[in-house]
Structure formats: structure tokens, C-alpha cells
Design a protein around this ligand. Sequence first.
Ligand code: ARG
Length: 461
Amino acid sequence: MSKDDAGKLWGGRFSEATDRFVEEFTASVGFDQRLYRHDIAGSIAHARMLEKVGVLSAAEREAIVAGLQEIAAEIERGDFAWSVALEDVHMNIEARLTDRIGIAGKKLHTGRSRNDQVATDVRLYLRDEIDALDAELKRLQSALLDLAEREADTLMPGFTHLQVAQPVTFGHHLLAWFEMITRDRARFADCRKRVNMLPLGAAALAGTSYPIDRAYTAQLLGFDGVTENSLDSVSDRDFAIEFCAAAALLLTHLSRFSEELVLWTSAQFDFIALPDRFCTGSSIMPQKKNPDVPELVRGKSGRVFGDLLALLTLMKGQPLAYNKDNQEDKEPLFDAIDTAYACTRAYADMVPAIEPKRENMRAAALKGFATATDLADYLVRKGVAFRDAHEVVGKAVRFGVEQGRDLAAMSLEELRQFSADIGEDVFAVLTLEGSVAARDHVGGTAPRQVREAVVRARARV
Ligand code: ARG
């Protein structure tokens, strides 16, 4: 039987060529080539370590490092011919290295397997991506704080059940988003600790008989330490799942935020405007200006939830140690990375451009009896039991609904029909300003508290 693909790095024990479709079906180079920089960095560190422990000569190591650097430049220039027959990024680069430098190239894979190599590459890659995402999250946090500070006095209705509940300040509302993003950043930072451990040295699954120095390789690559167990090292994908879980939660937050922006830009709410550069029009309705960015972010959350579920399902049935199934970890992980990054970047760009329509927000807060709780609290201060106060105010609201008037628009006589405990001083609590100023404690909506919260938050960013 003839072997027409003798170029395969593992071809020795095979007596016939790989089926053409199987070759394509099993290849990952189409999507794992994005790991090339990290694959090369890992190989350079591995070669240095092999030299340190006496497995490679200085000349061999030098040839390997120079060859790999030239390959990186080739790839950057777009001059590298990726081959599906060479299956993945690792074997494409290794084969090219041997083309370029000969026998020394064939020594690079000593004491290593693609199993620990790919685990190393993905960790290195994800570490960089977490750092890039964190920078965007930080930018989004700062944008939220700047806007919250500017809008510390802006009044709007706060909602429960999407019904007007109590007045809040827009700054306070924005700080709720800040808190969510702060927790997201903490989750990614925590995930990064477990990402940043070196699996290299586990080789195929059992370790290697060469006198390797894993701590040295870890140090060269900036890992915090080495993984403990070789079987776990090559098969663990918890770190990728954790990233996707954190990304899913981030996208949940951005999706909720999006839903509010979509509502607020509608003619019915009309609380904010988004500049034209974040919107698009309709091909048929000339008047339309659609909030595409928030809508897309809301939609993209579904992809990331899918990525998380794909990885959980990928892992649940795998016996130790490495299985080819693991090759399927990359596309969901890359998709989650790309989506989380793009959505965060879009938000970091867009939030500073939000234009609040303060008059509309204020008018909406005046419409829904938002200060009813304040009237009940006022009666309690006059000695009325809270449940009785609740009943009194409920009746006043019913009257207001019939009359089409808010509580603050009623006369003292009208209000006193519901309780003789109501006096002239009631009007101070029925205003929106009085209502928010009264919620003057840590975590409350008073403008003073919002400003102090912004100061504390800046120290946390
Ligand atoms: N392309 C493979 C992956 O992504 C690399 C590791 C393959 N190892 C093996 N023994 N087939 O997981």
C-alpha cells in the first residue's frame, strides 16, 4: 500500500494515507491557527528549558529560537502556507521549522506532546485575552462613573415590575450597572489565577523521562506555577469553562443593560438619545433610528450561553486523560472571548455618548404616583401605623387616578379627606427632590450618596 502523505509527523506506523475527508474532518488548523503566537512562545520556552537541562545544545536551541521567530514573522506577513494535511497549528509550525533548520527542528518536540502543548497554548492565549477584556471592562466602569457623577441629581422613575415605583436618581441607576461590571471583573481575575498555571511537562499524559525543569519553563512564560498532576494537566478544561461562565454572566448584565437602553430610546419612554454613530436606519421607514448596538449585544448573549453549554457538555463524559473531543473546546471558547470583548468594547464606547433627556425622565417620575411611599412614611412619622398609612395613601392614589392628578398636585383639603394627620408640611415630602434626598444612607439614591459612592467606586476601579 502506498503512503502518499508521508509528510505527516506521526506517519511512521501507518501504511495507508488518511482518507481525504477524515483529514479535513479531524483538522483544527482552520481555527487553531490563531494560537500561533502563543504556540511559538511556548516552544521557545520549551527549547530554552531543554538546553538548560542538557537535552539540547546551545547551537540547537539557537537555531530553533531563530527559526521560530522567522516563522512568526512569516505568519504575520501572511506568507505562511497553512496545511490541512498537517492537521493543527502545532504540527504546521513544527514541520515548517524542520523545513527551515533541519535536524534541530525535529528535536524540539523532545519531552513534550501536543496534549500538554495545546493546553499550554490555550492558557497563554486566554491569559492575554482576559487582560485585553479587563482593560475594556475598566474603561466601561470609568464611563459609568463619569456619567453617574454628572447625573447625580437627575431624577427619573425607579421601576419594579416595570411599573413606576419610587423616584431615583439617574446617577444611582447607572451605579447599579457599575456594580455588576465590578463583579464581572473580579470573576475574570479569579479565573485568571487558575488559567495561569503551566501544564507543559505532562507530555502525553504520564509525564516524561527527560530531566525537565518545569518551574523554569513556567518562569520563562510568566506562569504563576506548574500544574500538579500530569493526567489532569492535559485533560483539564475547567479554566475555559470558568471563562465562559464568567463571560455568560457578563453578557447577561450587558443584555439587561441593553434592554433598558432599547426601552429608553423608544418614543414611549424617550429617556435618552444615542448618537447616530451607534444607530442605523431602516431601508423602508425613513423616520427610523434603531438602537442596533444594544439590540445586538442583547442578541449575542445567547451565543455565549451556548458556548458555555457546549463546553460543559464536551467535558462531562470524558474519561482521563486527553481525548480528541478536547479539540472541540476551541471554537466555543474563541467565540465567547470574541463576543465578550466586542460587546464590552461597544459599551465602553457608547456609554459616554448616552444623552439623557432630563425633562422627560422627570416628567415620567411625576406620572406614576412615585412619591406614594413617601406620603405613607410621612403619616408614620405623624404616629399612624404603617399598614393604616398604606391604606390611606392607597385611597388617595385611587382618587388621583380618577382625577388624573398626582399626589403633589392635590390641595391640602383634598389630601385631608383621607387623613386628618396630613398637614401643610406634606408637600415637602411629595416632591421628587425631597423623596430622593430622604434616602440618604450608604447604597441609597440621594444625590449626596451617589456622589460619595462615585468617589469610593473610583478607588475600586
Ligand atoms: N489539535 C489538537 C487539539 O486541539 C492538539 C492535540 C492533539 N493531540 C493528539 N494526541 N491528537 O486538541
